[in-house]
Structures are given as C-alpha cells and as structure tokens.
Ligand binder design. Structure first.
Ligand SMILES: Cc1cc2nc3c(=O)[nH]c(=O)nc-3n(C[C@H](O)[C@H](O)[C@H](O)COP(=O)(O)OP(=O)(O)OC[C@H]3O[C@@H](n4cnc5c(N)ncnc54)[C@H](O)[C@@H]3O)c2cc1C
Length: 406
C-alpha cells in the first residue's frame, strides 16, 4: 500500500457496509469513491430489522433520530418467537428491542451527508467487474456503466458488494460454505388502507420440518412476510395458487382476511437463496472484504445488517488509525480488522446453522428444543441476539456526529 497520507479509497457496493464505511471515512477527510450497480437505493427490498448492538453508533451519530424524524425508522420493536401459531417460546438471548429501518432511507441519508464533502463521489449504475492486479496487488477495478467498460483507479479498495460477490469469485478466494436446507420467499404488502392490521412486533412462527413464517412491520405501512420451507421456492414464488394454499392457512387470524385479499399477482415478492459462507481470508493485497462479501449471513435471527454495520465501524477504526498515523494501509491493517470481526461472524453463523438444523425437526421436538435453549441461555445469561456474546463491544472511534458536519 502507498504511504500516501490521504489515500483514495474505492468502495464497491453502496449497501449498509459500504455506505457506513464511506460516511466514517469521508467525514474524517478521506477521499472516497463508491461504485453501485443499481441506478438508486431502491434495490430489491430487504428485511429491515437492526439489532441494538448496531444501533448505538447510529444513535450517537444522530442518524437514527434523523431517520425517526423522517418516518424512515420504527424504534423499539420487540421480536417474538412462536412454535405454531400461538405457543410462544423465549427468544434466545432475551428480549432486546431493535429498530426497523428503511434500507433505502438509511442509504439515501448517508449519501446526502457524505455529499456535503467535495472529496466524496458515488457512481450509480456502475458495476465493478474485476479487480485489476499489478505485482500481486489490486490497483484498479474494471467497471461497466451503460455498456461501456472503464477502469477506476485508487489506493485502497473495499469490496462491499454483498452476497455472491463477483470480485471475490474473480480473485479465486477460498470460501467456506454451509448448505442450508430451506430458502425463503419474501412478500411485501401495503397495509396503508388497514393500519389497524399492522402488527407492532416482529413475529417468527415455526411450524416444524423447516417451515418458518416471519411477519415484520416495516416503514411506509408495509408488512413483510417471509415464508421459508424446504423445496423449490423459486418456482413456488411464481405459482400463485400453490403459494396461497401453503401460506394462507398459516396466517394469524388478525392478518388472514387482509392478506387473503391482497395476495395476488401484483404482490411484491422476492426469492432468497439462503447462504451461510465465509472467506478464509478477508483481504488480498490492496483489497479488503466486508459485510456479506466477507461472510454471507442467513436471514435467521435478522443479523446480516447488524454484522455488516459493525464490520464497518471496526474497519473505519483501523483504517483511520493507520491513515492518521501516516502508516501504510496494508494487509497488516486488514488482518487486524478480520481478527476483530471474525469471532462475532463465527459465533452468529454457528448459531444460524444450529437454528436451521433445529427448525427441520417436527413441531413438538422443535417446541421442546427452543424452550430448552431459551432456558439454558437465560440461565447462562448469554446474549446472542444482541450479537455481543463472546466478542468485545464494538466502538466507533472516529464517528463525526451529523450535527458537526458542514
Ligand atoms: C430478502 C432479504 C431479507 C433480509 N432481511 C434481513 C433482516 O431482516 N435483518 C438483517 O439483519 N438482515 C437481513 N438480510 C440480510 C442483509 O440485507 C444483508 O446481510 C446486509 O444487507 C449486508 O450488507 P452489505 O452492505 O454487506 O451487502 P448488501 O446490502 O447486499 O449491499 C451490497 C451492495 O452492492 C451492490 N453491488 C453488488 N454487486 C455489485 C457490483 N459488482 N458492482 C457494484 N455494486 C454492486 C448491490 O447492488 C448492493 O447495493 C436480508 C437479505 C435479503 C436478501
């Protein structure tokens, strides 16, 4: 790495990991260029739950209050766990309350705040195709915008392109993957005409043999419903009669008439192949991997955003430490970031794999296992939901509050 005192950082991917890292670097005077393949932040919709462990820094920066003010965040949401429709079991880790945050809203706000600085640039509609290496070090990215290819130069590259990162594939990095037996069909309903039907908790219902349903209120009066089951859910998503016959009998009585009326070919749906994987090494010379690009999380437990945001706090700490000290931002710095983040990613992915195995059991076994797990974790005072167990709390050393921006 250059010993440049103010290296040009290129971040591929304007998701939560990429944009929060951009915010911390830009507000500390580091020039950043972000490349995003989509034309705006209205990407495919996502779950919106952010756990308390990642919220503290957003609160401290003044970002969470701004989102609440703009009605783009619903704070203080409890996550509840049920076996079947009604038998409530303890959420492993206890009753922490998270916030539901519009991803598009969060990313747009970070973009606006970064945009107050002349050394920030974001290129929408620009796909990072390939890492160009010279003498073994990444020195540029080959990109495509509107059919034309070009080359983006920089001193330091961060891959935040999320699951299925083409950059990491292209570099031939070693990936440890875990097969998950059930995928997810994600649906989104507009309940603005029936606000009384909108739940005020995020409820997970487990029906045995891999069938899980999640109901999540989200911002802008949208209700998200995730249906997870073994089998070909990619086809199920396109087969409306079959989807209705599987889903409707499982719905809670309060929601059923509304969703029955609204579930048709116009319903927004999305298929999610559930992946749990992790890079053996989160960096190559000149390039660091963060968020889902480094460790793709399952949606189980709503931890993907949490871990991606926490990656970016830790990465900013180490990158800015080195930059401010005039030291090279090299693989030694990248390895410190990996060393600090790996235990948490490992812990949470381990928990996700266990939960995926547990939900494959018949419902009565599932009930017994989750009751037992809840009790054991309560007795042991383990905190897994907040993602702090076994790893030190994450601090944000260089967070510049919104109130101090130009
Ligand atoms: C349907 C769905 C529901 C989910 N629900 C939840 C939930 O409720 N709670 C939770 O915590 N997590 C949830 N997750 C997981 C969570 O969204 C991810 O873990 C999290 O967004 C990871 O953040 P990231 O910044 O690493 O990657 P991403 O959010 O995936 O962002 C990657 C960005 O890179 C861009 N990109 C990709 N390839 C390129 C390229 N080659 N060049 C340029 N740009 C590129 C993408 O367009 C995207 O904007 C869900 C995921 C999905 C898919």
């Amino acid at each position: 790495m250059s010993q440049n005192t103010n290296p040009q950082v290129v971040i591929a991917g304007a998701g939560p990991a990429g944009m929060l890292l951009a915010y911390q670097l830009v507000t500390n005077g580091v020039p950043v260029r972000v490349l995003e393949r989509h034309p705006d932040f209205e990407r495919e919709f996502r779950g919106e739950l952010i756990q308390p462990a990642a919220l503290g820094p957003l609160e401290k920066l003044g970002i969470l209050p701004l989102l609440v003010e703009r009605k783009l965040a619903l704070p203080n949401i409890e996550r509840r766990l049920f076996v079947g429709k009604t038998r409530r079991v303890m959420v492993p880790g206890g009753k922490e309350r998270g916030s539901l945050i519009s991803q598009a809203g969060l990313l747009q706000l970070l973009h606006e705040l970064c945009g107050r600085h002349p050394h920030y640039r974001l290129d929408f509609g620009t796909t990072a195709l390939q890492a160009i290496r010279e003498n073994g070090r990444v020195v540029a990215l080959k990109t495509r915008k509107e059919g034309a290819e070009s080359r983006v130069e920089g001193d330091l590259f961060v891959d935040c392109t999320g699951r299925n990162s083409g950059l990491r594939r292209d570099l031939g990095l070693e990936v440890d993957s875990h097969q998950v037996p059930a995928d997810v069909v994600w649906l989104r309903f507009d309940l603005s005409d029936v606000p009384e039907a909108m739940p005020d908790t995020l409820d997970v219902h487990m029906f045995g043999k891999g069938v899980v349903l999640v109901f999540s209120p989200t911002t802008r009066s949208r209700l998200q419903v995730a249906y997870s089951a073994p089998g070909d859910l990619g086809s199920l998503r396109k087969n409306l009669p079959e989807l209705r016959s599987r889903l409707l009998p499982l719905l809670p009585e309060k929601l059923r008439p509304h969703l029955e009326a609204k579930l048709d070919e116009r319903t927004e749906t999305q298929f999610l192949r559930v992946i749990v994987d992790r890079l053996a090494r989160w960096h190559v010379p000149g390039m660091l991997f963060l968020g889902d690009a480094a460790h793709t999380m399952s949606p189980s437990g709503g931890q993907g955003l949490n871990v991606a945001l926490r990656d970016s706090y830790v990465a900013a700490n180490h990158l800015l430490d080195a930059i401010r000290a005039g030291q090279p931002v090299d693989e030694r710095v990248f390895q410190k970031i990996q060393d600090e983040r790996l235990p948490e990613a490992d812990l949470i992915q381990g928990m996700q794999k266990r939960v995926h195995r547990m939900v494959m059991a018949p419902m009565f076994v599932e009930h017994a296992m989750f009751t037992l797990l809840g009790l054991v974790l309560k007795l042991a005072k383990k905190d897994t939901q907040g993602a702090t167990q076994g790893s030190p709390p994450v601090e944000m050393r260089y967070g510049v509050p919104v109130s101090q921006l130009p």
